[in-house]
Design a protein around this ligand. Structure first.
Ligand code: PMP
Length: 365
């Protein structure tokens, strides 16, 4: 452990967020002189053999660690998960087909808005009238004919709710899994595309992983610019233009860390333990802390809750820093408190938060 570990805090940011310390230290060690080559990886061409092998290994780890079937490839693109909102309809839709959207809150609303410019889309279910406190049952999702895909957000990072199980539908799902990448096992047979930025569970910002079913590549829309084409990116190992080499390199390190730590099953297990600690604390607080989401749909990555008054929330956030607990402020749209607890958040971070929450309630309840 390096000297800089002394100042490490428990960082509950929603992303970019806490990364495994050993990954940061390893990156620091290798940054200036990569494996004795006299230059940084950041100074090398992405077309050379060194980056080539890093890319290939990252790709293969990203697929195997998440148990993606042989029919899937993974692309490393730019523009964030946000760029996928228009890219999905641009690539998947033709004149005679349309995309359905399951509206579970903020991130699907953004996707709906951005997708409208690239094709015929519609809302197949909305949780708006229930204040986005649950996800739908399969039978509630109303699909029209000629629907090519159903877009859903597996975990609403701001709203703090998730699909406990993925719906059974007649058409393939396109999932925005930005806040659950390699954090839960998924039924791949239901999906054509799964995407998300790296900056929550997988590394720094700057790269978006797009898992795509290879058998659909041939039928995608070809009349689109090459940087937005999944087929062209897949044929060029995500290098239709210069890829984000630093982000990919760090994702590689995080994936190795994930493998050493028991893989996705263990990440899922830890997510359950971390979130249960927090929800138990909330539910046993006699209403001092309140989580608005119905129990079965509560996120295991972003735990949102409120305190009795905005003044108490302000005090809570201020005092939390004395316990080295930072970035607990809820998103500006919903307010309150949000604890984002992704793969790299140690259980001790959550235990410290719970113990602070109990102390704070004792003093202010
Ligand atoms: N979807 C979800 C569920 C998110 O949480 C986020 C980012 N917080 C986005 C999309 C947008 O991602 P990006 O900032 O990488 O474009």
């Amino acid at each position: 452990m390096g000297e800089n570990t002394v100042n490490r805090v428990y960082n509950f940011s929603a992303g970019p967020c806490t990364l495994p310390l050993e990954v940061l230290e390893e990156t620091q060690t290798e940054l200036v002189d990569y494996h004795g080559l006299g230059m940084s990886l950041l100074e090398m061409s992405h077309r050379g053999p060194i980056f080539d092998s890093i890319y290939e290994e990252t790709r293969s780890l990203a697929l195997s660690l998440w148990d993606a079937p042989d029919d899937f490839d993974v692309l490393f693109l730019q523009g964030g998960a946000s760029a996928q909102f228009p890219m999905v309809p641009m690539n998947l839709l033709h004149e005679d087909t349309r995309g359905a959207y399951i509206n579970t809150g903020h991130w699907v609303k953004i996707a709906l808005n951005d997708a409208q410019y690239s094709g015929d889309i519609y809302q197949a279910w909305s949780g708006e009238y229930e204040a986005f406190t649950r996800t739908p049952e399969s039978s509630e999702i109303k699909l029209k004919d000629r629907t090519r895909y159903v877009h859903l957000c597996s975990n609403e990072t701001i709203g703090g709710l998730r699909f406990p199980v993925f719906p059974d539908l007649e058409v393939p799902i396109v999932a925005d899994m930005s806040s659950e990448m390699l954090a839960r096992a998924i039924p791949w047979e239901k999906f054509d595309i799964v995407f998300g930025g790296a900056q929550k569970n997988l590394g720094p910002a700057g790269v978006t992983l797009v898992y795509i079913r290879k058998s659909i590549l041939g039928s995608l829309n070809k009349a689109i610019p090459r940087t937005f084409s999944y087929a062209i990116e897949q044929a060029n190992q995500s290098m239709a233009n210069t890829p984000p080499v630093f982000s990919i390199w760090m994702v590689n390190k995080v994936l190795h860390w994930l493998e050493r730590n028991g893989g996705v099953r263990e990440m899922e297990n830890r997510a359950y333990i971390r979130s249960k600690l927090l929800y138990d604390c909330i539910d046993n607080s006699d209403g001092f802390y309140r989580c608005p989401i119905q129990n079965a749909y509560r996120s295991q990555m972003n735990v949102i809750y409120s305190l009795p008054t905005p003044e108490l929330e302000k005090d809570f956030l201020e005092q939390a820093t004395q316990y080295k607990l930072v970035h607990l402020r809820g998103h500006r749209i919903v307010g309150g408190i949000r604890a984002s607890i992704y793969n790299a958040m140690p259980i001790e971070g959550v235990e410290t938060l719970v113990s602070f929450m109990q102390d704070f309630r004792r003093e202010n309840g």
